[in-house]
Design a binder for this molecule. Sequence first.
Ligand code: PLP
Ligand code: TYF
Length: 396
Amino acid sequence: LFSAVEMAPRDPILGLNEAFNADTRPNKVNLGVGVYYNEEGRIPLLRAVAAAEMARLELNAPRGYLPIEGIASYDMAVQGLLFGADSALVADGRVVTSQALGGTGALKIGADFLKRILPDAVVAISNPSWENHRALFESAGFPVQNYAYYDAASHGIDRAGMLEDLKNLPPRSIVVLHACCHNPTGVDLLPEDWKQVLDVLRAKDHVPFIDIAYQGFGDGIEEDAAAVRLFAESGLTFFVSSSFSKSFSLYGERVGALSMVTQSREESARVLSQIKRVIRTNYSNPPTHGATVVSAVLNNAELRAMWEAELGEMRTRIQEMRLTMVRQLAEKGARQDFSFVAKQRGMFSYSGLTAAQVERLRVEFGVYAIGTGRICAAALNHNNLDHVTDAIVQVI
Ligand code: PLP
Ligand code: TYF
């Protein structure tokens, strides 16, 4: 049965973790995977999360099956974060939200549902994008194309190319957009760009699929949802996949959600019934723990304030690391200007380092980055930054 099974390629990012773990050098640094590490180099357990978990343990709550679409108070809290506390769309029953297995699970449920209603559509993702976007939509049966996005020469956006590519897609294509903190580049659209993108999507009848995996890591919880809010006001029908992996530091609990904006309460009911069908035939219903904790935090004023403060600390620490990195590189005589790194948002930075330079960083210095030059700024701290900037100055 298995004799002809071929070896599948490794995930390039998660594969790098294995190499890092096997490295015995004490000063090794992992800037590969997109995970937030604190100043001590550890994945934090947020205080708000710990408090909600303690309260939950004390209840000795039973673990029955959840509804297929997950915990209702959780789904409502997700809607509040994405669309705003007093969203008219939500009040009108025009948003359907289902708990999902992380942002990835949300993308997969959305992709499977879309394949049923738009079987011949093309999916377009940014060039570059999170590797898994392409794989996910291809495995749901869609052809996946790139639209222009990053402009390496300016460390910015290829605005004209992006709009042109979106215009040239077949009508009714599915367009995956990063709401904020673009993975892998760290370069986001400006409010004015978003309006232009929206106009093209509307004119071509494309289906927007907004992926928001880093809400709160850019400029703030509300600020980072600006694109979602803009689309919500537009009257379009669209998808949103969201994740608490990073913003709650709950990576392994798999807490995310899929939301769809519909045209009416009645349409919402039909859409939800189909989403439930997709979930039922995949994993039946979602797990309890992560969403219970997130719901407890978001629906309790004290815990919520604590979480917002902790998320703010993470955001500020990353920004400080970006600034310190830029300063150190200049002080150490780097022959390139790295000031663009301080303008990027979220965990990632397209550093401009070449594959050969990234290779030297790993082999000679034990500094692990992605071959594209992507580094995770959220893994820098005051203890490892000196080694990282020394190494970068050596390889460029
Ligand atoms: N979307 C983007 C853009 C991401 O970078 C990630 C990263 O993990 C995800 C989705 C998936 O998030 P999750 O770990 O919650 O599945
Ligand atoms: O881009 C990253 O590093 C994160 C983590 O298959 C990740 O999004 C990477 C690869 C993957 C799943 C998560």
